[in-house]
Design a protein. Structure first.
Length: 457
């Protein structure tokens, strides 16, 4: 066991989806875990019920005395934590080992048979489905997920008997460069995080560096059409939803309820009669990536077919909240123009004759600035837009960048800019028949109230 002499782990930013999985992991290893976060959320409430002490004020005095010995306490923080953070600096000044979340994840991941799922879109859906398949197989797995699996109700899979570790390989802050996988997945390499990379060329170079860290005679599973440089020691396989030029592709794709039935062609065989019960063509493509990894690991077609049919999806990923004849409500994490376009394309394919109303909360001033025109074109796929103010996350405001600026660029007749306090009232007034919410900020706090209103209509 790594960190065998460690007694305590303190997580700064413990309410983040990635950090909370690490907190749960360390608790499972017998460590005493506590932490700080800025606000109380449903996830921090769950962690507290699981026995993890959390404070919500940046006061060093709130750190328990059991976490004040640098020889027995590891401190982990997220990149979103500001350098002036008082608790962070308390630990730094007193000689504690203080590491980023990505470094801690890497130290766990690199001890096992690591499967790293990278890509500017699709990481969470692919890794959660793959973890579900592996969990049902004789291989088993440990998995650190960027969302809550609807099958397990958690962002962490634990199997002490398994050496397989699935993790999302996050390109933000070049975090994925702490991971050395046996198998790597790359689902997309679109421009994003330009505050860090500055250009798409640099993003591609970052992914190529990650691919270069594949261990030994490892494997790369990449979406057809992506052409990163691949080192000679790596065997590369492609996947595609519709092109037979790929090593893994789909045939006989048919609607099946809200989901789909289809056949997958692999390099060596055919896996027929697959059923995916969650909606969205993008999820069929994500499932194909997970199936490709499972096939390369030797998982039998029978396990893959059964696992796929039982897969219930991920919270906030094409998450159908209400599905009635008179009203439909779907929530999604989409916060990049390409994600919005893929999500709305799938929604339109399922409900082509419905008026589509979308609520969107932009995430980050820098992303809104860098992709304003692309956001505008993607959001024009809606019939009606309810736009919220930008969620700043880790950023300070940028002059001239606002939701008002974005609204002006969007060529829709039916559009409105609102605050969070106005949201429920505005939705009730418009009474939409097909409603979607999109965004990576705190828009998730409105999902339950919107669902309850929809069900009471």
């Amino acid at each position: 066991m790594i960190w065998a002499n460690l007694d305590n782990v303190y997580c700064i930013g413990i309410g983040g989806i990635g950090m909370s999985a690490l907190a749960r992991y360390f608790q499972s290893q017998g460590k005493t875990v506590a932490g700080y976060d800025r606000v109380s959320t449903a996830l921090t409430d769950t962690l507290q019920r699981e026995g993890i002490d959390i404070c919500f004020e940046d006061e060093p005095g709130l750190i328990s005395s059991s976490f004040r010995n640098p020889d027995h306490t590891l401190v982990i923080y997220t990149p979103a934590v500001p350098e002036k953070h008082l608790q962070l600096n308390y630990f730094r000044k007193r000689g504690f080992r203080v590491i980023k979340r990505a470094v801690a994840l890497g130290e766990v991941f690199n001890q096992g048979r690591g499967i790293g799922v990278a890509g500017t879109h699709g990481k969470t859906s692919i890794s959660t489905l793959l973890a579900h398949i592996l969990h049902n197989s004789t291989l088993g797995c440990n998995a650190f997920l960027g969302g809550i699996s609807k099958n397990s109700g958690s962002n962490l899979y634990l199997d002490p008997a398994s050496t397989v570790i699935v993790a999302e390989a996050d390109e933000f802050d070049r975090s994925f460069l702490t991971l050395f996988p046996e198998i790597a997945v790359v689902s997309s390499m679109d421009a994003d995080h330009l505050d860090i990379y500055h250009s798409q060329e640099n993003i591609i170079k970052g992914f190529e560096s990650y691919i270069g860290q594949i261990r030994g005679e490892g494997k790369l599973i990449r979406k057809l059409g992506l052409h990163p440089a691949v080192p000679g020691h790596v065997t590369s396989y492609t996947y595609s939803l519709d092109s037979r030029e790929a090593d893994y592709y789909v045939r006989q794709l048919k609607p099946d309820g809200l989901g789909y039935s289809f056949t997958v062609v692999t390099p060596d065989s055919i896996i027929p009669e697959l059923r995916l019960k969650i909606p969205g063509l993008l999820n069929v493509e994500n499932a194909l990536a997970g199936i490709a990894v499972a096939d390369q690991l030797g998982i039998t077609p029978e396990v893959i077919v059964r696992s796929l049919s039982e897969f219930r999806g991920v919270e906030r990923r094409f998450d159908v909240q209400v599905h009635r004849r008179d009203h439909i409500y779907i929530d999604d994490y989409a916060h990049h123009p390409q994600e919005i376009r893929a999500f709305l394309t799938s929604v339109r394919a399922l409900f082509p004759d419905r008026k589509l109303t979308g609520i969107f909360q932009p995430h980050l001033y820098s992303r809104t600035r860098d992709f304003a025109d692309d956001f505008a074109r993607s959001l024009e796929m809606l019939d009606e837009l309810i736009l919220m103010e930008i969620y700043p996350a880790r950023e300070e405001p940028i002059a001239g960048v606002s939701s008002s600026m974005l609204l002006e660029k969007i060529g829709l007749k039916e559009k409105v800019l609102i605050s969070g306090e106005q949201l429920l009232r505005v939705v009730k007034e418009r009474n939409p028949e097909l409603l979607v919410t999109m965004g990576a900020g705190d828009i998730n706090q409105f999902v339950s109230p919107l669902r309850e209103w929809c069900l009471r209509r």
